[in-house]
Design a protein around this ligand. Structure first.
Ligand code: ATP
Length: 234
């Protein structure tokens, strides 16, 4: 479904990602762990062509993405949920979710918006509230739901737990895992929270200074805990 081979990414003269290679099967769910500044966001943005200059091969659904724009990648079935939320303040929750479906892959059956809202208890009373009148946590929840509304083949989810209270993190983990499973959405999750990542994914990549230093199942992760934790410790 998604394959990266020898991917390098740059911001101006800064070489951020080094020779990244991995692949994801259809419906696969993979976490990317790493410290602040390790390159997690840069990796998601490279897949989306949303910022860094990228060299190397990125293939999605057996097609080389080369210079495809972010919009084209969205229509092919990739959805990027950035860390900074970017919900539309003048639109209600319902409208924010609806609008996410316009640029999405036309070959995928649409997720019914009211069903989706019903899966996020926090959003139910906010159905008709404009984004600008929501708390940061509520906007965060809406941003994640918007990624799901597009029903992508793969959702690229960037640090969704940042700034959320623990009880909301637990709720979000449950909802992300259930929606990905029930709607057939693959997940590439950049996170600092090992707990959250474990709830939502089956495989894990660890990156350190722009290089993949570990790749395996969560069982492999536990079996190599000492070595892997060195790359995650601050
Ligand atoms: P965080 O958890 O802090 O979001 P991250 O693992 O997502 O960290 P990135 O945001 O990908 O890390 O950053 C990787 C490196 O790229 C860092 O050294 C960062 O300073 C640099 N970087 C990120 N964005 C830019 C940019 N727009 N221009 C120049 N350098 C950047």
């Amino acid at each position: 479904m998604l394959e990266l081979e020898g991917v390098n990414a740059f911001y101006d003269q800064s070489h951020i990602l080094h020779d990244i290679g991995f692949s994801m099967e259809e419906g696969g769910r993979v976490a990317i762990l790493g410290r602040n500044g390790a390159g997690k966001t840069t990796l998601l943005k490279s897949i989306m062509n949303a910022g860094p200059r990228v060299q190397g091969g990125i293939r999605f659904k057996s097609r080389a993405l080369a210079n495809a724009s972010p919009d084209e990648r969205a229509r092919l079935g990739l959805a990027f949920v950035p860390e900074d939320r970017r919900v539309f303040g003048h639109l209600t929750s319902y409208e924010n979710l609806k609008i996410a479906q316009y640029g999405a892959s036309p070959e995928r059956e649409k997720v019914p918006i009211d069903d989706l809202i019903g899966r996020f208890p926090m959003l139910v009373p906010l159905r008709n509230r404009p984004g600008s009148q929501m708390s940061g946590g509520q906007q965060q929840m809406l941003a994640v739901a918007r990624g799901i509304a597009a029903r992508p083949h793969i959702m690229l989810l960037d640090e969704p737990t940042e700034g959320l209270a623990p009880v909301i993190v637990a709720e979000l983990a449950h909802e992300v895992a259930a929606c990905c499973r029930d709607y057939g959405i693959g997940l590439l999750l950049a996170e600092q929270s090992i707990w959250f990542s474990r709830q939502c994914t089956e495989r894990v990549l660890v990156i350190d200074t722009g290089r993949i230093v570990f790749s395996g199942s969560w069982q492999d992760f536990d079996e190599n805990a000492e070595r892997v934790q060195r790359h995650l410790a601050i």
